[in-house]
Design a protein around this ligand. Structure first.
Ligand SMILES: Nc1nc2c(ncn2[C@@H]2O[C@H](COP(=O)(O)OP(=O)(O)OP(=O)(O)O)[C@@H](O)[C@H]2O)c(=O)[nH]1
Ligand SMILES: [Mg+2]
Length: 438
């Protein structure tokens, strides 16, 4: 079946791109174009300027290009039409195409799904396409581009090969079982499995960093009432986004906003100040604050310098103490703390640096094992568990058959990542999150 859809963003634009893919798509598109060039001297990969007519009605002047299956995005014969960026023109062109019973509207992500099905990319590369479209920071873009380029795929292939080699060794021994020969000592096999587990665990640990590259750093602004959390939020955003008053308990809802610092996305959460209260709305706000604290990568504990005698303990992994209102009282603060003034702006830039440095190692450059997708994490955990099982079997001196079975399960699990053994349900689910036309 041939699929067609608008591939550029919907709405008014300079130009719009309509993509058509499937065997016979060139012929169908050509029927609407009147350029003599196309009939006289048709070539793939060449741009044609032409009028687009449907049943005698001129729709638009367009440019079109045709691709053979070996040179197209989808891996099948396809065409692209560049028309004026008018939603009406797009609608008329698509309607003209859909009139042909061989053509239907593309599902979300279906072009990329076909690309994957036709073996032009593996699943992790296809998933990187949507990450790249959704990237909101330099870091996030870098992570998706590297994954798209095949950095992660290459690493996974290595692990895959490692397991295949191991299985081959054991199978070979099985063939000669009657001769009672042991080719590789048990402890060597165990060491090889250990090595594979180690490599996989490096990926599992890399998730924390990968997620920061992709989704940004979750920063919670926390503390008691009236210390200046909302003022800090506004300062960081350089706008009057949230309400600031001298009334204790101003903020009730959690408010999320994003900024980019040194190429990383910071997701800032302004929270309700924590105190004892009988106010129903405020106490709901406070319980939300506590949830945000648990999920945050870093907590900015805002403290009013004027009332800094008792600093409550905040239960979180990564806390920076932020002494605000230093224009009113200038305290000297220790390591891991910073003084700022939301009134004058003092210390704000330093605070931004401190946040990024607290989470990101200096000069941290993206590594292929910084996985950022929860699906990948879960699969790798599963693969790791299956390899641990293989280790148990080896230690228990189980037969090669049993160890091979464990290793094969690990291999199958790994194949779900790259798409080799992924079920159709999961594949469909992955691509359904794409936009139409991609
Ligand atoms: N002088 C001075 N006043 C500040 C500073 N930062 C905040 N304030 C004032 O402190 C008061 C409380 O500020 P908010 O930002 O609303 O404090 P909050 O922590 O969000 O308070 P709640 O939402 O009630 O928990 C306001 O009157 C601000 O103008 C500062 O750096 N210097
Ligand atoms: Mg507030």
């Amino acid at each position: 079946m041939i699929i067609a859809a608008l591939a550029s963003a919907p709405g008014k634009a300079g130009i719009s791109v309509i993509r058509v893919s499937g065997k016979g798509s060139s012929g169908i598109v050509k029927e609407f174009l009147t350029s003599k060039q196309i009939t006289r001297k048709f070539e793939y990969n060449r741009l044609y300027f032409s009028k687009f007519y449907n049943e005698g009605e001129l729709i638009d002047e367009v440019t079109a290009v045709f691709f053979k299956e070996d040179r197209s995005y989808t891996g099948e014969e396809s065409a692209e039409i560049y028309c004026h960026g008018s939603p009406l023109v797009v609608k008329k062109i698509l309607e003209a195409l859909y009139e042909d019973k061989r053509v239907r509207q593309a599902e979300p992500g279906e072009f990329t799904q076909r690309r994957f099905m036709n073996g032009k990319t593996d699943l992790v590369q296809a998933e990187a396409v949507i990450d790249m479209i959704n990237a909101e920071s330099d870091a996030s873009y870098t992570a998706s581009r590297e994954q798209l380029e095949g950095g992660l795929s290459a690493e996974l292939k290595k692990i895959n090969q490692m397991l295949i080699d191991l299985i081959s060794v054991l199978e070979l021994e099985l063939d000669f079982a009657d001769e009672d020969l042991e080719f590789t000592p048990k402890n060597e096999i165990a060491a090889k499995v250990d090595n594979a587990v180690e490599v996989i665990n490096k990926f599992i640990e890399g998730y924390k960093k990968g997620r920061i590259f992709k989704d940004g750093i979750k920063v919670a602004l926390a503390g008691e009432v009236n210390v200046g959390k909302s003022s800090l939020m506004n300062r960081l955003l350089k706008s009057d986004r949230v309400i600031v008053t001298d009334i204790a308990g101003t903020t009730r809802d959690t408010i999320e906003e994003k900024i980019e610092v040194h190429g990383y996305l910071l997701r800032l959460f302004d929270t309700a100040g924590i105190r004892e209260t009988s106010d129903l709305i405020e106490s709901e706000g406070i319980s939300r604050s506590k949830k945000i604290l648990e999920a945050a990568d870093i907590v900015l504990q805002v403290i009013d310098s004027v009332n800094a005698e008792i600093v409550p303990h905040i239960k979180a992994e990564n806390v920076i103490k932020v002494y605000n209102k230093c224009d009113l009282k200038d305290l000297s603060v220790g390591e891991g703390s910073i003084k700022i003034s939301c009134k004058t702006g003092q210390g704000i830039e330093e605070l931004k640096d401190l946040i990024v440095r607290a989470v990101i190692d200096e000069n941290m450059t993206y590594q292929p094992y910084y996985i950022s997708n929860l699906r990948h994490l879960n699969i790798l955990k599963d693969t790791s568990a299956k390899l641990e099982q293989a280790k148990v079997s080896i230690n228990e001196s189980q037969t090669n058959e049993v160890v091979i079975l464990d290793l094969r399960q690990a291999l199958d699990s790994l194949g779900e990542l790259t798409g080799e053994t992924t079920s159709l349900d999961i594949i469909n689910n992955i691509f359904s999150k794409f936009c139409i036309g991609k």
